[in-house]
Design a protein around this ligand. Structure first.
Ligand SMILES: CC(=O)N[C@H]1[C@@H](OP(=O)(O)OP(=O)(O)OC[C@H]2O[C@@H](n3ccc(=O)[nH]c3=O)[C@H](O)[C@@H]2O)O[C@H](CO)[C@@H](O)[C@@H]1O
Length: 339
């Protein structure tokens, strides 16, 4: 049996790849998990629901605001200090064999505590451009798993530890009750901008079927008036729908792109350009370069442009599904290091 402490949350984009790794590890060996969730965020809710067997501890932290000298960061830094003491207490008691971290501020807290206690650290970065937590933790990690070859350019000092694996995707046996539709989604929090654009697209494309994850009950009601649209406030598990989709329209969060690539669904990406260091734009451009996507910049995203691009991606057709889930590569690497 191995004991694993894990953190990576605040958004679905960090959480789902982490769950994919833990679920794959559990298929290979007996695993006991201590999960550090961000209080009040998606990780708390999803982990308690999907993995009641994990020991889940909620930690009250928020990320540092940019620019880093933002006045509110003084208070946030103090909270990070308190959280670190709490995390250390749990780690000392649980005595994990390793820590798996997938980014976000909670990873930073858990990673630095684990480093002080000499616990082996494994990190995964989902995006092309690494976030602050992964940049800091790479120096202490045993291995740094990355989704894209290009990420090496941002972590030059740690080349020997980097393994390009791709971004883990959660598996599901479930199947959506529909088929041959265009899947529309924001990130794990939905996207007002995409909802507004698509509301203008739907009446123009009555022959095309859409499934739209709206992010709110109000939007679900508003978009349900279109006969060609199945509007859902949140889709769970998303894999059930990716399997049956012919194309997608979304933001350019790393997990959404990972799922497009894993399930072989070509798509339109409208990156959220205010994301830290424009990382969504970099993700989107990489997905386009790899042949999975058409990128529409926010300032050019009109209903007309989307309609033209839907036609192109649908005509392109499905791409071959990935043979091996990156989660499986990562599990093998981790077990190879510690067993
Ligand atoms: C707003 C924000 O900070 N976004 C970041 C966040 O991910 P954010 O959660 O916004 O976006 P991602 O695309 O990475 O992940 C979304 C995840 O939510 C799932 N989903 C979505 C809708 C739904 O109804 N059901 C469902 O399960 C998707 O299948 C996917 O697994 O972390 C990512 C990884 O570091 C970054 O690339 C994103 O830029």
């Amino acid at each position: 049996m191995i004991k694993v402490a894990a953190a990576g949350g605040g958004t679905g984009g960090h959480l789902y790849p982490l769950l994919a790794i833990l679920e794959t590890l559990a298929k290979r060996v007996d695993v006991k998990v201590l999960f550090f969730a961000v209080k009040g965020k998606i990780d708390e809710r999803v982990v308690r629901k999907d993995h009641p067997e994990f020991e889940t501890v909620s930690i009250d932290v928020r990320g540092l605001l940019r620019p880093l000298h933002h006045p509110k960061n003084l208070w946030r830094t103090l909270k990070i200090g308190i959280a670190t003491i709490e995390v250390k207490k749990h780690l000392k008691r649980f005595k994990p064999d390793l820590v798996v971290l997938t980014g976000g501020y909670i990873s930073g807290v858990v990673g630095l505590a684990a480093k002080d206690l000499g616990i082996p650290i494994f990190v995964h970065e989902q995006n092309v451009v690494p976030g602050l937590a992964v940049k800091v933790l790479s120096q202490y990690a045993k291995k740094v798993f990355v989704s894209f070859e290009r990420t090496r350019d941002y972590l030059r000092e740690w080349q020997d530890k980097i393994v390009v694996t791709g971004c883990p995707v959660r598996e599901t046996e479930k199947e959506a009750p529909l088929k041959d539709f265009v899947l529309v989604l924001g990130g794990s929090l939905g996207s007002e901008a995409i909802n507004e654009l698509m509301e203008k697209v739907y009446p123009e494309l009555q022959e095309t079927q859409f499934v739209h994850s709206t992010g709110s009950d109000d939007w679900t009601e508003r978009l349900s008036v279109f006969p060609n649209v199945t509007a859902l406030t949140y889709i769970d598990p998303m894999g059930a729908y990716w399997k049956k989709a012919i194309a997608s329209i979304s933001r350019a969060g790393a997990s959404t792109i990972a799922e497009m690539m894993y399930y072989g669904v070509p798509g339109i990406l409208i990156p959220w350009e205010s994301s830290a260091e424009s990382h969504q734009l970099e993700n989107a451009l990489e997905a386009e370069r790899l042949g999975y996507a058409i990128v529409i910049r926010e300032n050019e995203a009109s209903p007309r442009k989307i309609i033209e691009s839907i036609d192109k991606v649908v005509k392109k057709g499905k791409i071959e599904k990935m043979k091996e889930n990156p989660a499986s590569k990562i599990s093998k690497e981790i077990l190879g290091e510690i067993m």
